[in-house]
Write a protein that binds this ligand. Structure first.
Ligand code: F6R
Length: 366
């Protein structure tokens, strides 16, 4: 049932071109520049008028929420806050019937996320869910929602559910942008055409597997690893670090690249691998100076770059070239090599990648 792969995690990583396509199916009409989300259609008026969106989630789903924050603020121009469900509920949050809360959960059973939803509901907020498991508890607690349609995820480390969550948040961002008149029709056509290509670009990115396996062999005995990115690549860095730590037990941390000089730079020496997401987008030049800072301290740089990049190639120890895409969709493509890197390192260390120690697929206790 692993479809010829050694582990469910690998099978699920390789399913992503299909799972993302399934998630987009019937929801985007690129030629018409239109997004359709049946599950939240009734709440279109709410989306036109809402002043603030609060996203609640845990773990990988929280990382997807951070990508969502970036996309919704950038394209729909609605303020977004992203909260750990567990923190949200225990600090008497200011929330009213005017707010829209979006709960993200693969399993739809996470206790902390459910408790956050119940609290927000008591205060009168409108609640949307972004869930994978159809008919789970969270979709039943929410007023409306959008399923991710990634199919069953068996590996404990979330992979295809993450990219499906990010896909749904991308759809929501462009749906709100359209409803609120924040984007022209021709721009919509352009963005949705780009989004429609993502499954193919993810397919391309999967061809990097062998190259990444070789990089993994070089770093499998590391004890620490940093992941750095900016903008929407910052949550991708967090997700890359979480994948590595949970399945390989290597201590890994994600940071916004510019924060490095405020502390983590002290950790860099000739033993430290630093993974950068350095695609050719808004903060490219800034990330390049961060790469130089790491190299000046003899750190080992593994850089995820846009295909055809030459500048980073001259400084990084290893480059991983991913297909070019619009900045809005970088998280969907840049995540793939990080999943593969974590997977290969964990396998080489003899870890049980599908069932890492101390972890459960759904956390139904607080
Ligand atoms: C990471 C992972 C966990 C979950 C978290 C939330 O790979 O699997 O961090 O993302 O426990 O779970 P859901 O999304 O089911 O609410």
């Amino acid at each position: 049932e692993k479809g010829g792969y050694d582990h469910f995690m690998m099978k699920e990583i390789y399913e992503q071109p299909r799972s993302i396509r399934d998630c987009l199916r019937g929801r985007i009409y690129p030629q018409q520049g239109k997004v359709q989300l049946g599950g939240i259609k009734e709440y279109t008026e709410k989306l036109k008028n809402v002043d603030r969106i609060i996203i609640v989630a845990c773990g990988t789903s929280w990382h997807a929420g951070l990508v969502g924050e970036y996309l919704i603020e950038e394209y729909a121009r609605v303020p977004v806050e992203v909260e750990y469900a567990s923190e949200f509920r225990y600090r008497n949050p200011i929330i009213t019937e005017k707010d829209l809360v979006i709960a993200i959960s693969q399993s739809g059973e996470t206790a902390d996320t459910m408790a956050a939803i119940e609290l927000a509901k008591e205060k009168g907020a409108t609640i949307f869910g972004i869930c994978n498991v159809v008919g789970a508890s969270i979709p039943r607690l929410t007023h409306a929602g959008v399923y991710t349609h990634a199919g069953p995820e068996i590996g404990v480390a979330s992979t295809k559910a993450f990219t499906a969550q990010v896909s749904v948040l991308t759809l929501i961002a462009f749906y709100i942008a359209q409803q609120r008149g924040k984007i022209t029709q021709s721009k919509m056509v352009e963005y949705l055409t780009g989004l429609n290509e993502i499954p193919n670009l993810v397919q391309e990115a999967l061809k990097l597997n062998e190259h990444i396996r070789q990089i993994a062999a070089r770093f499998k005995d590391s004890t620490n690893c940093l992941f750095l990115g900016r903008g929407s690549s910052f949550p991708v860095a967090l997700e890359g670090a979480l994948k590595l730590k949970e399945i390989s037990y290597i201590h890994a941390e994600g940071y916004p690249a510019a924060e490095m000089k405020h502390g983590p730079i002290a950790l860099i020496d000739d033993e430290m691998p630093v993974v950068f997401i350095a695609t050719k987008h808004s903060s490219y030049e800034k990330v390049i100076s961060n790469i130089q800072e790491v190299k000046a301290r003899k750190g080992h740089v593994i850089a995820i770059v846009s295909e055809g990049d030459t500048e980073v190639k001259g400084m990084a120890d290893y480059v991983i070239e991913i297909p070019q895409t619009n900045e809005a969709f970088v998280p969907l493509v840049a995540t793939i090599p990080l999943q593969l890197l974590a997977y290969h390192i964990a396998v080489m260390r003899g870890c049980n990648v599908d069932q890492p120690r101390n972890l459960a697929k759904s956390v139904t206790v607080e």
